[in-house]
Design a protein around this ligand. Structure first.
Ligand SMILES: [Zn+2]
Length: 306
């Protein structure tokens, strides 16, 4: 009799609260940059709570390990960053302040994008005395959309491992995202055809993945050493290169100092374009899809100028 009641109770409760409706703790993801937060929202949907340590108008090389971030990292089930030392000035400090084992290096909750893609511009000799902030190669891997697809797979796998009861939901969202992303990439690839070979000067070497994917050519950078403001003698060299190379545009990110690029524009009349760089870096770049859409539109507008 008791067993019968128990069965009835289980069946009744099961009908009232089907498994999918039982409140489960969301997976907490701390992203270091807005692009990874956006990807986490695509793959995690309602099953995750995502916080980005930086916003689209902040330079992720240089933020403070402030108390609100320490509180976030303590709760995190996943820490999702660019890696390759982009966050070396603040992420290790955060991690030492009570981050759980699951997000430590080698654990499923530790995702560094640069560990999963081919890193460009690895220096042959690391000389930190120069102040180079890219000693492990270029960390800005998100601006090649193929890398976004790779990281979508990585993230979905990690979510399924950390939260197996909802692994089907993660796999479904991944499949949907990859299908939409492949369609979008095919469209973008077409649009890059007429941009190929366009010569650009950049402020910081933040764009090699975008340039490599889209076929743009970097003439030089206003920062001779990444992270070090340009010197007068280097600017004189950049000016000579700009005059003699057929450079079409000077590219900077929203959070970069404007003085060097404005100076070069003043001397050469080569237009300066502020590309979004990441989600939130332009009013219309509010997700990963519009990030690439807006970036290409801004470059096309320059290409169309006489
Ligand atoms: Zn950088």
């Amino acid at each position: 009799m008791k067993a019968w009641y128990t069965t009835l109770l289980v069946v009744t409760l099961g009908a009232l609260f089907p498994l999918s409706a039982v409140a489960q703790e969301p997976v907490r993801i701390l992203a270091c940059e807005p692009e990874w937060a956006a990807l986490a929202e695509e793959i995690g949907g309602d099953d995750v709570i995502v916080h980005s340590a930086t916003h689209g108008r902040q330079d992720a090389h240089h933020i403070r390990a402030r108390p609100s971030l320490i509180a976030k990292v303590r709760l995190a089930d996943i820490v999702f960053c660019s890696g390759a030392e982009l966050e070396v000035g603040w992420l290790p400090v955060l991690m030492q302040r009570g981050a759980r084992r699951i997000v430590q290096p080698g654990q499923p909750g530790h995702i560094m994008a640069a560990d999963h893609v081919e890193v460009m511009e690895r220096p042959e000799v690391i000389d930190r005395s120069l102040g180079d902030i890219h000693p492990s190669g270029n960390p800005h891997v998100h601006l090649d959309p193929r890398n976004i697809a790779t990281l979508a797979d990585v993230l979905a796998n990690r979510l399924a491992r950390i939260d197996p009861s909802r692994s089907d939901a993660y796999r479904e969202r991944l499949a949907s995202f990859q299908s939409r992303w492949a369609d979008a990439m095919a469209g973008w690839q077409k649009r890059t055809e007429r941009l190929r070979g366009m010569k650009v000067i950049v402020h910081h070497k933040a764009w090699p993945y975008l340039l490599h994917w889209s076929g743009l050519k970097r003439v030089t950078a206003l920062e001779r050493v990444s992270g070090i403001p340009p010197t007068a003698s280097h600017l004189a060299e950049v000016f000579e290169l700009a005059r003699n190379s057929g450079t079409k545009v000077i590219i900077r990110a929203p959070f970069e100092p404007v003085d060097a690029s404005d100076w070069l524009f003043g001397k050469t009349a080569i237009p300066v374009v502020e590309l979004p760089f990441t989600v939130g870096g332009h009013p219309e770049a509010q997700d990963l899809f519009s990030l690439f859409d807006v970036t290409l539109t801004l470059l096309e507008e320059v290409q169309d100028r006489p």
